[in-house]
Design a protein around this ligand. Sequence first.
Ligand SMILES: Cc1cc2nc3c(=O)[nH]c(=O)nc-3n(C[C@H](O)[C@H](O)[C@H](O)COP(=O)(O)O)c2cc1C
Length: 314
Amino acid sequence: MNRICNLFGIRYPIIQGGMVWCSGWRLASAVSNAGGLGLLGAGSMHPETLIDHIHKMKAATDKPWGVNVPLMYPEIDRLMQILVSEGVKIVFTSAGSPKKYTPMLHEAGAVVAHVVSSSKFARKCEEAGVDAVVAEGFEAGGHNGREETTTLTLIPSVRRATSLPLLAAGGIGSGEAMLAAMALGAEGVQVGTLFALAGESSASEAFKQRCVALGEGDTMLCLKKLSPTRLIKNELFNRISEAEDRGASPDELKAILGTAASKRGIFEGDTDGGELEIGQVAASVGTIKPAAEIIEQLIKGYADAKAKLAETDF
Ligand SMILES: Cc1cc2nc3c(=O)[nH]c(=O)nc-3n(C[C@H](O)[C@H](O)[C@H](O)COP(=O)(O)O)c2cc1C
């Protein structure tokens, strides 16, 4: 009996992480229809856009799905009201404390999961009453933990810290990695990078092609003075990195980033001047595939690796 599958009513314990400029209704519904849990990424949507995506999602799947809400969203109260009035049943919050909104979401009948990067915050999630926790390691794409704790280290530590259903995120790029995460105590995985590069992702083709051509070591964590973010080492990254080396202030860094840097990079395909958020595991993706094929490969890789390990002796 898998607690993640039970909690969300899904076939496979695979969550497609909410991702700015990538996870609209096309990607999220494809994942849900294939037996995982698709999440709309509200972080890059105006409230009206989110409502539109929720309506399209309702039409595109009768399977469970949810919405990811980064809690630093500027119109957060409005967004929460939308989730309640639209009857959204699953909410993954991130980037903030789940204390304020979890009771309200529970009252509206939603299941709440929260993303953390340390066992200290996992314990706080338990105190806040969330239903599941996503522990996201340093390998992950997008905004990241300040302490640089890797998935391999984080999962057992969070497992010891809380009895909540636990999802591992960060560097899950294959069924073998999924099996490893489950061996460490996770009960499922949240996958970002693989799905950001799926055919149904709303990221631009230029961004996807740049990502699938990456090699090991081509992304790096930066912007610790603002919000630690893993980025591809492009022209913008080089300018940020140079500024950070000479001790640039947060305001200087903001000026270098400019406005809507991730929209420019991910959505509009400015692969030199935009902010290109993607995880380390992009280096192993190779080609753009439909979301259903990604899920199929994860499940097959997981089962094959499990069988192979069972045959192996020391
Ligand atoms: C392009 C991109 C955008 C992301 N945006 C968000 C976001 O808006 N909210 C969030 O909670 N996580 C965000 N993430 C993190 C993912 O939801 C997921 O936890 C992470 O990508 C997992 O690690 P992986 O990239 O190694 O698979 C983003 C990741 C990527 C690659």
